[in-house]
Design a protein. Structure first.
Length: 185
């Protein structure tokens, strides 16, 4: 099975993104495979293929680490389409207000690596994937999308989920295996 650990979005952020996705979905027919609203999240660590025997260890490590951290604040939400030439992904970039998110990521990464989990050692880039581009977009569509304003521009993440991911023709299905709450501030 494929697994990953993700920061859960607050409901008000999910609701606003759902409205934006719904609005833009109605303007295009098939050019973009939009993420299901229930699948919106901020990936912290993509683990990939995971043996059942590793799941308990991963969950124990996650529980231990997340209980030490208080909620993480993000801001500066901006829509983005990447790459600039032949774009493939539509996402919202976000920035943590402090270095705590990076410290948490590094602690989780190192702890999982120490038990033999092989992870991609790229620098973390916090984002929310909204969709994948399947066909060329109309010329003015990107400009309209990129200038869309979000009402909420700051939010706190107080919960993390360990997901199992299954791939299907209609899109991925994510199942929450376990949830973790950050400690109170």
């Amino acid at each position: 099975m494929r697994t990953f650990i993700a920061l859960d979005l607050p409901e008000d952020i999910k609701t606003e993104l759902a409205e934006i996705i719904t609005n833009f979905r109605s303007t295009l027919k098939g050019e973009i495979k939009w993420s299901a609203i229930e699948n919106l999240h901020i990936t912290l660590v993509f683990i990939g293929n995971t043996k059942q025997s590793e799941v308990d260890q991963i969950q124990q490590i996650a529980k231990q680490i997340f209980s030490k951290y208080s909620p993480i604040r993000f801001d500066n939400l901006k829509f983005n389409i990447i790459p600039a030439v032949n774009p493939k992904i539509i996402w919202v970039t976000i920035k943590p207000k402090s270095t705590k998110a990076f410290t948490l990521y590094r602690e989780l990464f190192n702890s999982l690596s120490n038990i033999g989990i092989s992870l991609d050692d790229r620098e973390i880039f916090f984002h929310i994937t909204l969709g994948r581009i399947k066909k060329r977009l109309p010329n003015n569509w990107s400009d309209r999308f990129l200038t869309t304003e979000l009402i909420a521009n700051t939010f706190d993440v107080s919960q993390v989920s360990f997901y199992k991911s299954e791939l299907f023709a209609e899109g991925p299905k994510y199942t929450v295996s376990e949830k973790y709450k950050f400690k109170n501030k």
